[in-house]
Structures are given as C-alpha cells and as structure tokens.
Ligand binder design. Structure first.
Ligand SMILES: [Zn+2]
Length: 261
C-alpha cells in the first residue's frame, strides 16, 4: 500500500461515478497527465468496466475503483436506484437525499417496506463480477473498498460500521483482491466514530468526496478528492484541475447566502 500512498501523494485525485458519455471521457483522459493525476471511481458501476477501464489502460493512468462488495456477482441494484425505481423519478430523487440523513437502520427498514408494498417486479442491475475485478487488478487498477452495502457512515452505529468493514474484508480476502485498506466513505460521509472504527478495522487511507485538492500531509483518513462527471466539458475540467473551482464554490455559496438575506 505504500506504493499507493506514493502515487497519490503527488497527484490531483478526480472522482467519477457512473459513465454515460464516452466521447467526453476520452477527451478528459487526453487532457490528463498520467504523472500528475489519478482517477478514482466510486460504486463500481458496470460502465467502469465497459467504458473507462479500456481508456485508462490505453493511457496508463493510475486508477482506483471503489466497490460495494455485497453487489459483486449479483443482480442487486444500487439502493438509491431502487428507491427511485420504486417511487418514480421526481419523488425518488428527493427521497434519496432525505434518507441519507436518517439513521442507517431506518433507511434499511424503509426500503424493505417499500419493496414489500410495491407491486412492481424486482429491479435488477448488471453488476461487476469477481472475474472482471481480477482482470482489472491484473491490469493495474487498484480494486478498493467502498463498504459492503453503502450505508452513510455518519449514520451508523459502531456495530454496523464494524460489520460493514468486516464483511467487505472477508470478500477482499476470499477473492484475492488487494485494496481493502483503501476506503472511500460512501457519499463521502464521515464522523469521528467512523474514522476510529476504520482505523481499528485496518483501513490505512480513507477518501472523502468534498471537491477539494488533496493534501496527503494531512489526515490519511480524510483525503480530499475533486468531484467530476463524464458530462464536464474540457474547459471546465481544466478549471477544476487548476484548483480554483473548489475555492470559488464556497465563495459563491457565501455570496448567495448574503444576497438572500
Ligand atoms: Zn458511493
């Protein structure tokens, strides 16, 4: 893992999720200098394997894929996609944000009840397989930890947090995947308890989702990342990589709040 630390200490770290537009993505990757940038991708959507992995490999750009271990080798959907499916787009999108602020237990129970009451057929999603993960690991992608079921870590009890990490650890060990010690907090949510449990459970580096440039001289359990999507234009991507975008955003919010008053 020290190799990883070395790679990431000197780079700008960008974070993608699901990929929908190949075209822009390949433009982004042409812009990226493989010696000064690292790509991280959260959730392990199948689009990573289909679209990003070939481009990353081609350009030799260092990458970490953070997976949700419960979903690998299954057809289980991401829970937020299932929520939108069950409630419909408008209500669903709103509800996803709302339930992220609930206690984890309440979110899980709510979703279970919703599933039971719905007469829609069960939503299925194609998820990555261990075979694909091993192929990518072989090619240099670091397969890392995004928890077992993607709860909000700041809404979990100590017991739930331990369970999440122990279950994902068992999965990593069973399949010979080597990035367990690198954790991206689901949704970037973290508090002191979550940080403490992560340490106890053998996590060495943990990543936020805060749209800031990283500073590895800081806390290794709070590593910043820049938030991007495949929809972003080249111009805006340049701006984000300059670091100014993340400085401007809070200013803009402050200004907005001042004007609102
Ligand atoms: Zn995530």
């Amino acid at each position: 893992m020290d190799k990883v630390a070395k790679i990431f200490s000197s780079r700008k770290i960008v974070t993608y999720h699901k990929v929908e537009q190949m075209n822009n993505l390949s433009k982004h990757f042409q812009l990226f200098d493989k010696n000064s940038i690292a790509v991280t991708v959260d959730d392990g959507d199948i689009s990573f394997y289909n679209y990003m992995f070939p481009l990353l490999k081609q350009r030799n750009i260092p990458a970490i894929l953070f997976i949700i271990t419960e979903l690998i080798d299954t057809n289980i959907p991401f829970w937020w996609d299932e929520l939108v499916y069950l409630l419909g787009d408008a209500e669903g999108e709103k509800k996803v944000w709302e339930v992220k602020s609930w206690l984890n237990k309440d979110r899980v129970e709510y979703l279970e009840k919703l599933r039971e009451l719905s007469d829609k057929p069960r939503l299925e999603q194609v998820q990555l397989t261990t075979e694909q993960l091993l192929e990518m690991q072989q090619a240099g992608v670091i397969i890392a930890n995004h928890s077992h079921t993607h709860p909000m870590f700041d809404k979990c009890t100590a017991e739930e947090l331990k369970q999440e990490l122990q279950n994902s650890k068992a999965f990593f060990q069973k399949h010979g995947l080597n990035g367990y010690e690198l954790l991206a907090y689901p949704n970037g949510n973290v508090n002191l308890l979550a940080e403490e449990i992560a340490k106890q459970e053998g996590i060495k580096y943990a990543f936020l989702f805060d749209h800031q440039l990283s500073d590895l001289s800081g806390n290794p359990y709070r590593i910043s990342r820049l938030s991007v999507t495949d929809q972003i234009s080249i111009g805006k991507m340049r701006f984000i990589l300059s670091g100014f975008h993340s400085k401007l955003l809070p200013l803009r919010k402050k200004l907005y709040n001042m004007l609102k008053r």
